[in-house]
Ligand binder design. Structure first.
Ligand SMILES: Cc1ncc(COP(=O)(O)O)c(C=O)c1O
Length: 387
């Protein structure tokens, strides 16, 4: 059983940070790794050739272990949009085919498909959730129904970024394979906190920004590109992704070949001497806590809040169809979600409003006091009107 890990972070006791889906705080170890990286650059002479490779490989190994994938399939990317654009560039799509997305998914996983569809004469279909009961389950059914012989690509998250609604990636992936469609997952709001098994889900690509549930710094992320990308074309042609790039003296013996696997999709200057050690330290936390135990910690922590929900007229997705680490609270119609958010902010409670939901997102740095503060605020705001 995982206990609260707040002591590993520098969060203030005055703040109730329930907003990891917005941005994770840096742990002390991640921060120290970054500071050490900065200080190293005081003396550039100490940087060795291996430093450009070993740290990247250490991060690939750890991320591979987290998602159950081989390190050679992992690429280092600057952002989710970069990773998704890499996938989009390499997937075959023809006039009249469809790209299936979930309704109102994050723009970094929408615009690129809209552009591709426009260029190729294809069509983006965004599958909307139904109203009423069993919303999560029926939304998943709608997604499965939308995938047919016209489908070229299915791309969505494991959970919806706005309210944590969970998508059954094993079944959706199976359906995509049945019709020969590529399956691209934006893991930004789930990988790290929610178990993800590449061998079971069998995605073609998994793209993650690093600054949320991977607990890393901003401007570095990780991606899995499966075998269908092994011979693809990267967005940029940088020196280090080419064969024999370890031979610094021979770099102008220009190479037509890339390094093996997904390394070809690494961003330029991927050997970032502060970001890579930070991400490595962050992944070490996740591998020691494990996503499974993170979910169970989050579940126990939020149980009292979810027990209150009904009495306060708040709707929450069924447990089977949401993440434990993030979920949306939908308030009674007479309550303004924006007013409530301002009210929470006055009490130093940080959450986000996304769409019509108050998004609560927690991690092992949260403690009961954070949830109790939110419960007190919700009772104060909602009880008089419901009495
Ligand atoms: C689902 C999802 N994907 C991606 C991102 C970030 O995208 P990018 O790295 O392109 O800025 C976010 C940010 O909130 C997100 O919620």
């Amino acid at each position: 059983m995982l206990t609260c890990q707040k002591s590993l972070f520098s969060l203030s006791d005055a703040d109730h940070y329930l907003n990891c889906a917005y941005m994770a705080p840096l742990s002390k170890a991640v921060e120290a790794a970054g500071i050490e990286g900065l200080i190293r650059k005081r003396r550039p002479a100490l940087f060795k050739v291996d430093d450009f490779f070993d740290e990247a490989d250490a991060v690939r190994e750890r991320f591979g272990a987290l998602i159950h994938a081989a390190p050679q399939h992992i690429a280092i990317i600057p952002s989710a949009s970069y990773g998704i654009a890499t996938a989009a560039r390499n997937l075959p799509i023809e006039r009249g085919q469809t790209i299936i997305l979930a309704h109102e998914q994050f723009p970094s996983n929408v615009y690129v498909w809209q552009r591709l569809a426009q260029e190729k004469g294809a069509e983006v279909q965004m599958v909307a959730p139904p109203e009423g009961p069993n919303r999560g389950q029926r939304w998943n059914e709608r997604l499965l129904d939308a995938i047919d012989n016209r489908t070229a690509v299915v791309s969505l998250g494991n959970v919806h970024w706005a309210d944590g609604t969970r998508f059954d990636l094993v079944r959706i992936g199976q359906r995509a394979r049945e019709v020969g469609a590529a399956f691209v997952i934006d893991g930004t709001q789930s990988v790290g906190a929610l178990p993800f098994d590449t061998t079971q889900i069998q995605p073609d690509a998994v793209i993650c920004a690093g600054y949320k549930w991977l607990l890393g710094p901003y401007n570095i992320g990780l991606a899995y590109f499966g075998p269908c990308f092994d011979n693809g074309v990267p967005l940029e042609e940088n020196w280090i992704t080419r064969k024999n790039s370890e031979d610094f003296a021979g770099l102008v013996r220009y190479q037509p070949d890339y390094q093996p696997g997904a390394v070809r999709y690494d961003m330029g200057e991927r050997a970032h001497f502060t970001h890579l050690p930070m991400l490595q330290a962050a992944l070490d936390h996740l591998l020691s806590w494990t996503p499974r135990w993170i979910q169970s910690y989050c579940q126990q922590l939020t149980a009292p809040l979810l027990a209150d929900a009904d009495a306060l007229g708040i709707t929450v997705e069924d447990a089977a169809w949401r993440g434990e680490h993030m979920f949306g609270l939908r308030l009674p119609p007479h309550v303004s979600v924006e007013t409530l958010k301002a009210n929470l902010s006055d009490r130093n409670i940080s959450v986000s409003v996304r769409g019509d939901a108050l998004r609560i997102s927690i991690h092992v740095f949260n403690e009961s006091a954070d949830i109790d503060a939110l419960r007190a605020a919700l009772h104060a705001a909602l009880q008089p009107a419901t009495a």
